[in-house]
Every structure is written in C-alpha cells, then in structure tokens.
Design a binder for this molecule. Structure first.
Ligand SMILES: Nc1ncnc2c1ncn2[C@@H]1O[C@H](COP(=O)(O)OP(=O)(O)OP(=O)(O)O)[C@@H](O)[C@H]1O
Ligand SMILES: Nc1nc2c(ncn2[C@@H]2O[C@H](COP(=O)(O)O)[C@@H](O)[C@H]2O)c(=O)[nH]1
Length: 192
C-alpha cells in the first residue's frame, strides 16, 4: 500500500483554516485524516479534549518534546502546540492523507523533515478582515488578540515557502480550491 500524503494547512490565526477544513474534510475522495494536535492552551467554549486538541500541561508537553514524540512543535502566544508523531506515521502507513493545521514555525520544521509535504497557505482578503475575524470569534482577551495580530504580520512573510496560496474570501470556494489541489497531488502520486 502507498503511504498517504502529508498536507500542511497553514496561515495566520483567525484566517479561517478550521472553517475551510469543515467544508472539505468529509469528502471521501480525499481519504483524509485530521491530525489532532497537543496544546497547553486552555480549551475554548465548546472545544473537546481529543477532538479539537489534546489539552495538556506544560510539563507533559516538555516531556513529549524530550522523548521525541512530536513531528514538530512551536510556542505560539504563550502556549505550546505540537503534532504527535506516532499517529501521523500510523495513519500515513495505512494510506491515509494526513492533514496538519499548524502555524508557520511548525510548518517550517515539517517542510525540512518531510520535503515532499504538500504545503498550502491560507491568506485573508485583507489584514483588516483578518482582525475582524479574530475579534468576531470572541475567544481571546484584547491582549492576546493584539499578540495574534502582531504574529500574523510576521506569518504573512512566510508565504514564499509554500507550494500553494489560497485566499479565504469565500470559505466554500477556498475549500473547493484545496480539494482540487489535493486530488491532483493524489493523481500525481498514483502515477509515480
Ligand atoms: N471566508 C470567511 N468570511 C468571513 N468569516 C470567516 C471566513 N472564514 C472564517 N471566518 C470566521 O473567522 C473566524 C476565525 O475562523 P477559524 O477559527 O476557522 O480560523 P483559524 O484559522 O482556524 O484560526 P486558528 O488558527 O486561530 O485556530 C471564525 O469566527 C469564522 O467563522
Ligand atoms: N506548530 C503548530 N501549530 C499548531 C498546532 N495546532 C494548532 N496550531 C496553530 O496554532 C495557532 C493557534 O491556535 P489556536 O487554536 O489557539 O487559535 C493556529 O495558527 C493553529 O493553526 C500544532 O500542532 N503545531
């Protein structure tokens, strides 16, 4: 059996990565598995442990780093986020295309470690619209919103490191574009 693709979906916080994913992840043709990350951040209202994230402590996260259990990790606005390596390997070995929804520092680590990874960067229609989206979510206090917006300007500079750039103006259209990209890469892999 062919190993599944590794797909990186990145872009600034609040750009709509999770929203877009919901429009395409159920399409069976993509044969996708979403990689649930570990984080030390507190759950937002409605977030479930083991579904949205594996919520953990700083000590346990640092233990996982020390033991080499993470494919990548990053500190983002005061919290750790990381991708459990074993699960990604297990799913890819089963032929699943594994989707990582991660910020840019982690994406850089994955690109170094797995140069074949398919990388997609989501951009907002404008930085003002990005701010509206982050604020509209009402999930963070003002201080954290400011830090996320400051990060976003830096993250946008990483665009040239990605294979594909997709603008999230309309989430359904963005999801269609991403589907087309993934399906084409699956076809290319099949014919290798
Ligand atoms: N195309 C769009 N137009 C308007 N609002 C949108 C669009 N896409 C997403 N949103 C809204 O923007 C907010 C942020 O979206 P979402 O949580 O999906 O972003 P994200 O990139 O996954 O964020 P994070 O990286 O911080 O987890 C949500 O309230 C969502 O409903
Ligand atoms: N490097 C990683 N980044 C991750 C991972 N899981 C999520 N993220 C990204 O962190 C920011 C903040 O997320 P939030 O849920 O607090 O808004 C966002 O860009 C996520 O995509 C991961 O495993 N590694």
């Amino acid at each position: 059996m062919k190993r599944g693709l590794l797909i990186i979906l990145s872009g600034p916080s609040g750009v709509g990565k999770g929203t877009i994913r919901k429009y395409f992840e159920k399409d069976d043709r993509l044969n996708l598995a979403y990689s649930t990350s570990m984080t030390t951040r507190s759950p937002r209202q409605g977030e479930k442990d083991g579904v949205d994230y594996f919520f953990t402590t700083k000590e346990k996260f640092e233990e996982a780093i020390k033991n080499g259990e993470l494919l990548e990790y990053a500190e983002f606005v005061g919290n750790y986020y990381g991708t459990p390596l074993n699960e990604v390997e297990r799913l890819r070995n089963e032929g699943k295309n594994v989707l990582l929804e991660i910020e840019v520092q982690g994406a850089t680590q994955v690109q170094k470690r797995c140069p074949d990874a398919l990388s997609i960067f989501i951009i907002p229609p404008s930085m003002d619209e990005l701010e509206r989206r982050i604020r509209g979510r009402r999930s963070e206090p003002e201080e954290i919103i400011q830090q996320r917006l400051a990060k976003a300007s830096h993250e946008m500079k990483m665009i040239p490191n990605y294979k594909y750039i997709v603008c999230n103006d309309d989430p359904k259209l963005a999801a269609e574009l991403i589907k087309t990209i993934i399906l084409r890469h699956m076809e290319l892999e099949e014919n290798k």
